[in-house]
Design a protein around this ligand. Structure first.
Ligand code: G3H
Ligand code: ZN
Length: 302
């Protein structure tokens, strides 16, 4: 059931739900995402982010995801998240992703902003290559970052996506999905998040393609549902899965430590099994993904 992200997100926008895009970094996180989708009968996007290259060869992780995909009974796409260079995007295209993001809003260091012209130039080059292969392309205009309620009310946050800029960017590059800066941030929010729904509404009224929310972790459910009703059709989730992994791993390590103390006290022999630590983390990550698929409204849409 491997499809492109466009085949998932265009109907999602039309029918008023969002498809979750979940980051995988290893076997357990990839399995957790596939299991959650099967359990909820939900279409989904599994994504590998460019920074994963420092941890493992994408070829290895991709092969694992492809093997899981052969058994999947729900539609899914394999996506490169936050591709920052033409070369990396081409490497993942050759791997066989059915969707990719060229994040032209930032330089390759992932921190310093690119100019509008630089963003257009690199995004256009990736679009030309990827769309020629029938692969969906996500671009980004605006820079992610949290906003205060005052900024939201005053509509004053410089880094947010401007409607006229989004319209011009889409004309200039022709992406299939557009990531917006509407007050979300990567990682956990500092304090209460404020989503610029008015700004999103203005953009959605002018842009008919699927819109993407990055930094989905920590966005209150009522804000998620409102953003989806306004046109968000893809929501990226990474940190919430990491938090689920950490919480379960820490709990399991404490449990094993206690068992070891009892074994030592009884003069017994300790038993070591990596799976004993990892299995509960897989279950916890899967529950976190199920929770999001339910709130996004994709559960039961497969
Ligand atoms: O591209 C990935 C996301 O934007 C993830 O954001 O870590 O805040 O969930 P998050
Ligand atoms: Zn992101």
């Amino acid at each position: 059931m491997l499809v492109t992200s466009k085949e998932l997100t265009v109907p999602a926008r039309a029918q008023g739900y969002a498809v979750g895009a979940f980051n995988a970094v290893n076997m357990e996180s990839a399995q957790a995402i596939f299991r959650a989708a099967e359990e909820t009968r939900s279409p989904f996007i599994i994504q590998i982010t460019q920074t994963t290259l420092a941890y493992t060869d994408p070829e290895e992780l991709f092969a694992l995801i492809a093997a899981l995909g052969k058994k999947a009974t729900v539609p899914f796409a394999i996506h490169l998240d936050h591709g920052r260079s033409f070369e990396v995007c081409m490497r993942f295209l050759r791997l066989g992703v059915t969707s990719l993001m060229i994040d032209g809003s930032l330089q390759e260091d992932g921190k310093s902003p690119r100019t509008y012209e630089e963003n257009v130039d690199i995004t256009r080059r990736v679009v030309a290559a990827a769309q020629a292969m029938g692969v969906t392309v996500e671009g980004e205009i605006g820079r992610l970052g949290q906003i205060t309620s005052e900024e939201e009310r005053a509509d004053a946050a410089e880094h947010l996506t401007r409607p006229e800029e989004a319209v011009q960017f889409l004309k200039d590059v022709g992406v299939d999905m557009l990531a917006l800066a509407i007050g979300t941030t990567h990682g956990l929010f500092a304090g209460r998040p404020h989503i610029a729904h008015d700004r999103l509404q203005q953009i959605a009224a002018k842009i008919p393609i699927p819109l993407v929310m990055h930094g989905g972790t920590g966005v209150p459910d009522e804000d998620v549902r409102k953003a989806v009703s306004l046109g968000i059709a893809k929501i990226n989730i990474d940190t919430q899965i990491r938090v689920a992994f950490y919480d379960a791993a820490i709990e399991q390590v404490h449990r094993v430590e206690k068992e070891f103390d009892e074994t030592d006290a009884a003069g017994g022999v300790r038993k070591y099994d990596v799976r004993k630590i990892l299995a509960p983390t897989r279950e916890a990550m899967s529950r976190a993904v199920i929770d999001r698929m339910t709130v996004f409204g994709s559960a039961g849409k497969a």
